[in-house]
Design a protein around this ligand. Structure first.
Ligand code: PLP
Length: 402
């Protein structure tokens, strides 16, 4: 097998600029505070709930928009023993930044630089026969045993091996392990309906998973880390904890099951706070159309506030007319179209707001502020998407907590 890669390992992850802790925010259009103490405490709470199971904190997607490297440190401080990312490049970026904990990566295409991954001591997911073959070739080429977690599809209908592919892979993996080419440390799967704990597929996937683990053992494998629980299963389904849980969104203090309870209900707190500064407040007569297409018209004489964030920053354009914000303790809804760089608020005739005043876009449920969940509910998506899409134009400021 040809494992030469025309694109030597790409560890690049686009990261926003970072403000020093305690830096002034005067002169900034907007910024996101990320409370690393909250992340640490959330991971500690998840570890407590997981009991004897280890915790792999999932930090893909630049840690759901919170910042790969700072979050890795906070998660480890909270008791995570493993880290999980989607793309190989994310795992290489974490290693290049000095993150030394075990890191599992489950997305790389044929021809990826797996020799670099093995040199970086990453744990590689094998979710298809070609992946196991390329991992084995890279292990042979580097003369180093590759640490592997076999990924199985137990009914999600997405990533992971199943049916004949899986049966063949278990046999091949056992042979490669006997040769010292791979160490099958783990085996894992992912739920389709973990956010509906009573859905019949949840129980069925768990039973299928344990049956596959038994098949793996019959093939001669002894995977030491069996894992299937994302945040929702970690919080609602202890029978799925097995040897390790793999939470993502709950690490950031967001509920994966808002219909069951918010962060406070689960002993979590939101880590991200997004604040902007009004760049203009102006008097406006009744009957004025506002923003592109005049989708909103002022009802009386009022004051308009201009918020310097837009869809270039990850504010969903679908939040037109529905996105929630707070100024001086009062809730507003986006007036008219969300533009690329700007949003308008109708502050009402009596608002004391002035240019430079703060606008809270994402805050904490416990303080009655608009939340990522509120934005998600307003546009019929999930809180995951709201925080993850926050763009690199918004600088991050890390609060270490105590
Ligand atoms: C994203 C992801 C997770 C984390 O899911 P959450 O719902 O955010 O807890 C776990 N495992 C896999 C395979 C994932 O892709």
């Amino acid at each position: 097998m040809d494992i030469t890669n025309p694109h030597p390992a790409l560890p690049s992850v686009a990261t926003p600029s970072v403000l020093p802790e305690g830096a002034s925010t005067v002169g900034l259009s907007a910024w996101a505070d990320v409370d690393l103490g909250a992340i640490r405490d959330n991971v500690a709470e998840l570890a407590r709930r997981a009991g004897d199971a280890a915790v792999m904190a999932v930090i893909k997607g630049d840690a759901y928009g919170h910042g790969l490297v700072p979050v890795a440190g906070a998660a480890i401080a909270g008791g995570a023993t493993h880290l999980g990312v989607a793309q190989l490049g994310e795992a290489l970026a974490a290693r290049a930044a000095g993150v030394s904990a075990p890191i599992l990566t489950w997305i790389f295409p044929p021809g990826a630089d797996l020799a670099a991954a093995i040199h970086a001591d990453l744990t590689l997911s094998a979710g298809a026969p070609w992946a196991l073959a390329e991992i084995a070739a890279a292990a042979r080429a580097t003369g180093t045993t590759a640490r592997v977690h076999i990924k199985v599809d137990t009914g999600l209908g997405r990533g992971g091996a199943w049916h004949d592919d899986l049966a063949g892979m278990l046999v091949d993996a056992a042979r490669l392990e006997a040769e010292g080419v791979v160490d099958v440390e783990g085996i894992f799967s992912h739920f389709a309906y973990a956010d509906s704990p009573d859905h019949p597929t949840v129980r069925a996937q768990q039973e299928t998973f344990l049956a596959i683990v038994a098949d793996a053992e019959r093939a001669g494998l002894r995977p030491r880390i069996r894992h299937i629980a994302n945040s929702a299963a970690t919080l609602t389904n202890p029978s799925a904890h097995l040897d390790m849980v793999r939470p993502g969104v709950s690490v950031y203090g967001l509920s994966p099951v808002p219909h069951i309870g918010g962060p406070t209900h689960f002993g979590l707190r939101e880590a991200m706070r997004v604040t902007a500064r009004l760049i203009a407040v102006k008097d406006c007569p009744a009957g004025q159309g506002v923003s592109y297409g005049h989708l909103y018209t002022t009802k009386g004489d009022t004051r308009l506030g201009l918020v310097p964030l837009g869809y270039a920053d990850g504010i969903p354009r679908h939040a037109t007319g529905v996105g929630p914000m707070q100024v001086h303790g009062t809730r507003y809804t986006v007036a008219g179209r969300v533009c690329m760089d700007q949003i308008v608020l109708d502050l009402g005739p009596d608002s004391p707001a002035q240019a430079g005043d703060e606008v809270i876009l994402i805050g904490r449920e416990s303080q009655g502020e608009p939340t990522a969940q509120d934005w998600a509910a307003a546009i019929d998506t999930i809180n995951y998407e709201i925080v993850t899409r926050l763009g690199p134009r918004v600088p991050r400021r890390y609060l270490e907590g105590s």
